[in-house]
Design a binder for this molecule. Structure first.
Ligand code: F6R
Length: 607
């Protein structure tokens, strides 16, 4: 999964391509490259590693030309080297690609037999060589591109330019998103509207199977059958303003400090302050008639969905199933028509989650998407969109988007419970009141997190860490472990506290910190018993609890982080913050690349 961009302008394309690539770096940062036409001839600059390396290469050897394409890569086929960096191509055509060409081996064999000479092992180069073969056989660029697209299997967003054609970009979408931007005297293509936002707000989105012929005059759109189609140009609400870190060292630190505001903004959108009732946007289906729900998502967003499952079942009494999106459709779950398909995603572009959405849609579920990017593919495909008001999240590790997802799921649960008659007005008001107190409690945690910083020094020395939680706080244990793994590279596992005795307890010794997510509430005593079991075996117990819980666990805790007391309903939202903060401080101590950890990308647009 990668970010792609293309510009046909009046001035130099390279600086615009670089600016757009900065905004796409969340899609990958293994290598980057751009190509332009210089007096009709294709020229490229590429660099291994972060965009700064490409910028340095361009500064050393500038690239003129007013038409060009650019790419930021998350390696799938082939190592993240300069040789494998996009754009790929020949002297006739060069292209950038996001996705995976599944029939690349078969195409390569066929093309080599035709005399095409490959430079790389990448799947992307097969597309360039295929187009090149058609050009060599005398086809026009449009005919060559269209004939080539018909041969491709897999997922792709592509943008290509052609030697000797300074007024042409051909771009296509199949399973990976592509936006076309309409400027005044320029035209743009890009993986998303955010990349194009500094240049234009007028955006048309391709649909799957579409391809487009872009010139300075505008864009023509064609569907998979080659029929001319109209794709509406809309005004995007996205801002082109530069996104900075302010006074913070990292985007992740800044985003952690945005928790109170983001939680507040998201709740204010979904709670009527007068009635203290949860409010939803107008839905094209009847909430009260839903027989069941299926929740699917990836990574942290899945953990938010798991918390949602606890709430939907225990409060709204709706039978709910949850599964990671990469497995969901391959189980081929039978879904009776009329159920709710609930997808959770910060980006709204994650390939597996999008595929789960489409599976659910084909099975006639009502689709609701909890997304942070209102113009994303998931938002466009869903019947109902519940927006998290988290703003752009740049740090690869999700933080504020996660708590915003929890807030949306909490409010959705309350509205559903009211519709299903499982919650009376007073109970709902008590729960919305508890929710509205979370921003203040979140701010208290952020104001006094020296104890978390101290704990980080200890965790930074560990080789393995266990996180335990019960009920709706079990997914927070999973979130804590994932966050620690991904940014500090320390091995960590999250377990349901009661499950530990069925195996993981064998891991416990003095060197393994056991971090307990243990707010006061109906499950506290059960968690406390599980912690006793771990302590009895020499486990180093670190307790995250309120003052009441902390007092009860004093005897076995080697360290305690005391958090504000809250209603157990909202504890998962609040307790997500210290586990994320802990991972952040550990990563800082370990000196890792906090905002762009190794091997990761913010938006995973391949399966
Ligand atoms: C972890 C993290 C990932 C994402 C996952 C889904 O910190 O950020 O696990 O949660 O890749 O991404 P979205 O939410 O964009 O679908």
């Amino acid at each position: 999964m990668c970010g792609i961009v293309g510009v046909i302008g009046s001035g130099a394309a390279a600086p615009l391509l670089l600016e757009a690539l900065q905004r796409l770096a969340y899609r990958g940062y293994d290598s980057a490259g751009i190509a332009t036409l210089v007096e009709g001839v294709i020229q490229r600059r590429r660099a291994e590693g972060k965009l700064a390396n490409l910028a340095a290469a361009l500064a050393a050897s500038p690239l003129p030309g007013s038409v060009g394409i650019g790419h930021t890569r998350w390696a799938t086929h082939g190592a993240p080297t300069e040789a494998n960096a996009h754009p790929h191509g020949t002297e006739r055509v060069v292209l950038v690609h996001n996705g995976i060409i599944e029939n690349h081996a078969e195409l390569r064999a066929e093309l080599e037999a035709e005399g095409q000479v490959f430079e790389t092992e990448t799947d992307t180069e097969t597309v360039a060589q295929l187009v090149d073969l058609h050009l060599r056989q005398g086809m026009t660029p449009i005919a060559a591109a269209s004939a080539s697209l018909r041969r491709l299997q897999g997922a792709y967003a592509l943008a290509m330019i052609f030697a000797g054609h300074p007024d042409l970009i051909i771009a296509a979408q199949h399973g990976a998103p592509l936006a076309v931007g309409f400027g005044t005297a320029e035209m743009y293509v890009g993986s998303d509207a955010l990349a194009l936002a500094p240049f234009t707000r007028r955006i048309a989105y391709l649909r799957d199977g579409d391809w487009t012929v872009v010139t300075r005059e505008g864009a023509l759109f064609f569907d998979a059958a080659g029929e001319a189609v109209v794709r509406e140009v809309k005004l995007t609400a996205l801002s082109g303003a530069a996104i900075g870190k302010g006074e913070f060292r990292h985007f992740m630190e800044k985003e952690l400090h945005e928790h109170p505001a983001v939680i507040g903004d998201t709740l204010h959108q979904m709670i009527d302050p007068g009635t203290r009732q949860a409010v939803l946007p107008k839905l094209p289906f009847d909430l009260a008639a839903l027989p069941r729900a299926v929740v699917s998502a990836c990574g942290s967003a899945f953990y938010a969905g798991l918390v949602g499952r606890y709430w939907l079942e225990s409060i709204a009494r709706l039978p709910t199933e949850a599964d990671v999106a990469s497995e969901f459709r391959y189980r081929a779950p039978p879904l009776a028509p009329g159920g709710l398909g609930l997808l959770v995603s910060q980006s709204g572009e994650t390939a597996d989650t999008l595929a789960a959405l489409r599976y659910m849609k084909a099975a006639q579920q009502h689709i609701a998407a909890v997304v942070n990017v209102p113009e994303s593919s998931m938002a466009r495909d869903a019947d109902a969109v519940f927006e998290t008001v988290a703003g752009p999240e740049i740090g690869v590790a999700s933080t504020k988007a996660f708590t915003a997802q929890l807030c949306v799921l909490a409010c959705f649960t309350l509205a559903l419970a009211r519709a299903r008659g499982t919650l009376d007005r007073q109970q709902e008001q008590a729960l919305t009141t508890a929710l509205l107190e979370v921003p203040g409690r979140a701010a208290e945690i952020l104001d006094t997190h020296e104890s978390i910083q101290r704990l980080a020094a200890r965790i930074a020395e560990a080789r393995d860490v266990l996180y335990l939680g019960r009920g709706a706080c079990y997914p927070i244990a999973l979130e804590g472990a994932l966050k620690l793994k991904e940014i500090s590279y320390i091995h960590a596992e999250g377990y349901a506290a009661g499950e530990m005795k069925h195996g993981p307890i064998a891991l416990i010794d003095k060197s393994v910190p056991v971090i307990a997510i243990a707010p006061s509430g109906p499950l506290f005593e059960k968690t406390a018993s599980n912690l006793q079991e771990a302590a009895a075996r020499g486990g180093q117990i670190i307790v995250l609890s309120d003052s009441v819980g902390a007092a009860k666990l004093k005897g076995i805790a080697s360290e305690t982080i005391v958090l504000p007391g809250v209603d157990p309903f909202v504890a998962p939202i609040l307790y997500a913050i210290p586990v994320q903060l802990l991972a952040y401080h550990v990563a800082v101590l370990k000196g890792t690349d906090v905002d762009q950890p190794r091997n990761l990308a913010k938006s995973v647009t391949v399966e």
